[in-house]
Design a protein around this ligand. Structure first.
Ligand code: SF4
Ligand code: SF4
Length: 287
């Protein structure tokens, strides 16, 4: 199967995962956050990048150790999603690509980029792999190296897929004050389509990128149910309990969820300011 087809079937498998009981322990996808840094400042970034005042890179050794521990306790990770921020900002991305592509338990790797950076020659070499697909979002003029990147992919036989911006985006980057009732929080989690976007960031596993970044921003104290720390105490049972968890996590109380009920905004609006929790974006804050 070609990499593009595999990426699509992985997506389908992820959707089926909600109700499907696997014989083996399969994690359908894992988002690996390489860096909090991005070349764009999308006000409505669902990974909450505009909230980071002093964004940092993730620690390479910690990521490799965490991935090893997770892989030791599962049978398959259907898709590893490598992202940031902008993952090509992370200077040690080659080590991640080499590690991931050599793992039998990881058949598909997707690297998400915003078309602003053409990777360095060594990274290009590592991207040429049948397991890897580069998903390039076209942000129009903001993707200043889009054409060069496509050309590089073509010249080097890198599997790539272009994602055009939709007409609108989910209004999903608001960190709200936790004022809802328990019943409402349960409903938000139930309806949320992001709750299976398991995310590895700074040594912890989360249900979704929102909960990972909310923790990393360090503006609110989150309850222990929000994540699990990936260390030598990790067991298959502990991992399964979290992955198959049916209850909402503490971050959901600060989130509007990801469902059809969410309002929509103009895509890729660029922010002039560092966003603050509990504050609604004003027109004056946008470029
Ligand atoms: S949505 Fe925008 S700010 Fe967020 S990671 Fe993507 S390019 Fe960066
Ligand atoms: S509702 Fe909960 S699971 Fe869904 S995106 Fe928000 S924090 Fe994540």
């Amino acid at each position: 199967m070609k990499a593009v087809e595999r990426a699509h079937s992985a997506l389908l498998e992820k959707r089926n995962h909600v109700n499907k009981q696997f014989t083996n322990f399969v994690i359908p996808s894992l988002d690996l956050i390489l860096t909090e840094k991005c070349t764009l400042k999308c006000a409505d970034c669902s990974n909450l990048m505009p909230y980071f005042k002093r964004p940092v890179d993730s620690d390479l050794n910690q990521m490799l150790m965490n991935l090893n521990l997770i892989l030791d306790n599962i049978d398959l990770l259907t898709e590893l999603r490598i992202l940031g921020g902008e993952p090509f900002i992370f200077r040690k991305i080659n080590e991640i690509l080499k590690f991931a592509s050599s793992q039998k338990k990881i058949p598909n790797i997707v690297v998400y980029t915003n078309g602003t950076i053409v990777p360095r020659p060594e990274t290009i070499e590592n991207l040429v792999n049948d397991k890897i697909i580069l998903e390039i979002t076209n942000y129009g003029k903001l993707s200043r190296n889009f054409d060069k990147l496509i050309q590089t992919c073509k010249e080097n036989n890198i599997n790539y897929l272009i994602r055009e911006l939709p007409e609108t985006w989910d209004d999903s980057a608001n960190i709200i004050e936790p004022k809802r009732s328990l019943k409402e929080d349960i409903a938000i989690f139930e309806e949320c389509c992001a709750k299976y976007l398991f995310t590895l960031m700074h040594g912890k596993l989360y249900r979704c990128p929102f909960s990972a970044s909310l923790d990393a921003i360090k503006k609110v104290n989150l309850l222990p149910n929000n994540s699990i720390t990936i260390d030598n105490t990790l067991t298959k049972e502990k991992l399964q309990k979290y992955i198959y968890g049916k209850n909402f996590i503490d971050s959901c109380r600060y989130c509007l969820g990801r469902s059809k009920l969410l309002s929509r905004v103009r895509p890729a609006r660029q922010s002039k300011v560092i966003r603050e929790p509990f504050k609604v974006m004003q027109n004056a804050d946008l470029k």
